[in-house]
Ligand binder design. Sequence first.
Ligand code: MLT
Length: 386
Amino acid sequence: MNINLNYKKSKDNYLFVEINERVKKFRQTHSDLHILNLGVGDVTLPMDKKLVKVMTDALNDQATEKFKGYPPETGYDFLKTAICRYYKKLGVDISNEDVFVSNGAGCDVGNILNLFSFSTAVIADPTYPAYYDSNILCGNEVILLPLTKQNGYKMVIDGLEEKSYLIYICSPNNPTGATMTHDDLKKWVDFANKTSSIILFDNAYQSFIEDHCPKSIYLVEGAKTCAIEIASFSKSAGFTNLRCGYTIVPKELQREGQSLNAMWNKRQCTFFNGVPYHIQKGAEFALSDEGEKICQKNINYYKQNAKILKSCFKGMQFLSSSNSPYIWLKIPAKFTSWQYFEYLLNEYNIVCVPGSGFGKFGEGYVRFSAFAKREDILLAKQRLAT
Ligand code: MLT
């Protein structure tokens, strides 16, 4: 027996756990304060009643002759069909066999590494911390691509040796909000096909895209032979608690004579027992024409929050794309990002995310989430104005 000593190479706490612990400690001595949580990107609006009814009706079936045992490991066909229909509307043709329903993008981002043995990951810096942490925990090498003002806060290939990598792309990027255009993505797709790399495309924020940037990597020619797309109902339909997402592994995706689709199927059927029926029924409804309209209302609300937040930072340097629910704020040079986090918590009772938690190049910034309730966003505005 050998334990995985890679755990020693990783920080003790995952970023969002560390933040929660610090906030919890602060609350212990300041229980009277109303703390505004603009930290983790977690939805706050109650779900639409119709959406909840679809799920409760489906759950009630369990008390009837319609009772269901184990769900299919990779998802019910009704949800896969709804997902394919959604992609068809975007202009992408995928089939039910390409779709693997899961309990969220976060899990799939980590679990997908099971398909690869020792690899080199190419990851933007700053970016969602799970990419880096999951690769360190399984002993992979990591190449960090700095996102800077010079490269428009986008991942660029310049200087990357022509080798085979696992390439993580999140567009709109979390935390900077920078969104990859079709041309930006095409360069990565061509690079990946040429070098036998695999792109792991995290599409968690696709529903926030309002310009012409692609809402799926498969809108880029050649992507089906090099890319896996991971998506979620968390941000688009408010499923952060209910847990439902999906991963698309096209049948065309082969490496070393193996079908990655068949491998992921094997992995999921071996390790995963599927998502509950009623949750999948809710996800199916969220993708219907009626459900999409309902979900769009909440997305618009969070987008409006982002606009209000931006107005708090007039005269300060910040990045915020209309495609993203996050604001990326440059902080005064005298603070590290964790010091600024503590300063905001102590002085303004506002929780943000320190930029260094997203990588070395995140130092000097903090991130604010627009997923809070409107009243908290307005209170934050008031407090920051004083
Ligand atoms: C974030 O705050 O970056 C994310 O919402 C956290 C997550 O999705 O796991």
